[in-house]
Design a protein around this ligand. Sequence first.
Ligand SMILES: [Fe+2]
Length: 489
Amino acid sequence: MAAAAGAPVLAPSAVHASPGWQPAFATPPADLPLTRARVRGRFPDALAGTLYRNGPAGHDLGGERYRHWFDGDGMVHRFLIAGSEVHHQGRYVATPKRVAETTAGRRLTEGFGTVFKDRESAASPDSMNAANISVLPLGDDLLALWEGGSATRLDPLTLQTHGIKTWRADLEGAPFSAHPRVEADGTVWNFGVSAHHGLLLLYEIGPDGALKRADALPVSDLPMVHDFAVTARHLVFLLAPLVYDATRREAGASFLDSHVWRPEQGMRALVIDKHDWKQQRQFELPTGFLFHIGNAWEEDTPAGTVIHLDYARSADARALLVDAREVMQGRLAGTPGPRLTVLKLHLRSGQVLQTDLGIEAEFPCIDHRLVGGRHRHVFHATSTVGGLPMWNAIACTHVETGASQRFRFAPGAIVEEHVFVPDASSGSSPGWVLGTVLDQASQRTVLSCFAADALADGPVAQATLPYALPLGLHGAFVSGAAVVSEKPT
Ligand SMILES: [Fe+2]
């Protein structure tokens, strides 16, 4: 399908109300071919490369609409950036589920948060794998990541799907989360939660993409876990009390609705020795919920080792359980957004100190060269506004002082994740911040680039697509000449 300049490509859904932000959760009817964007300014040389993004996009099929934002078939995007030229391509991940269902013209299997009447239940986690949360460039592959099942291999130049990634024969179909942590030397750490078995899977993958270690560890009352952190010597999990209840699943509830919010259990921090996974400690925290962690690092003090960690903390899981459902019906639940929160875990004494910085924050991101080491700045979305889902500004917050600067987009702009891109060409450059917004006024998706130390000055360059993309989740930037592998429209 060719996307003519200026023509919206997203068919409206007929099944729900139609607020101005409806394209945020609409369904592109087909893959989006390579299309040239209109560029204002010039993207710095350090940004010559490709921004990959992923997110739920296939929300509607055969007249049926998923009832949760995170159900939708994943569409992976690539923004090819070369100075004053930017091209965009979007392609659905051809998961077994999507291939079977688009062939049939109807949903055949449940999604993460939606069960359809009289439809088969998922035979395995990968039976409902939507490959719709994030991407991981690794070796010759671009992996499209889900949370509850396998990663999916894509061609990074064409976004063509190559199939399921199997790390080891006995790990076929095992959960591989959408939030791996990649250290400066290229080592990849990841985890997966097997809710039904109460097992936490851990992965250590070498810079060459080869699996070095993997194991499954029993963890009591293991809840849903979306993200984790690494330090020099530890893996750190925050376990919010969203607990799996097998009896609900057996009674026909969706996977999401098989989880119960149990605030009386509080939240736990689980700290695992990186080299000996049997060495574990747990810390008790006040009840709370999170999707994302910014970073963690550890400090050796006279009083023992202290782990520092910052995360986007909410009081409860309403954003997942309520808000992400309501938006599919064109409604806003209005749950307060999470706030950037700093945690100190004293390993010797067991003391926990938690400080709310009082700043709304989601999609936290750091300079990836500092993963597991001491960082000071977190880049994040912020500033919810009435009448729109999600955020209206991006910010850079110093997690030790709380100082924060931000750029607020025009009213009506819905901010997606922005990533930090270092600038190797200049030792003095603070680097760049790169990300997208959906501008509901113009019904366009806009890619923006900011100087990392001067967000408030506004974007140094912007690329406007001739259409709006549905809101996505996470992405990754890969530097190097971007290859335009087909003739753009
Ligand atoms: Fe996430």
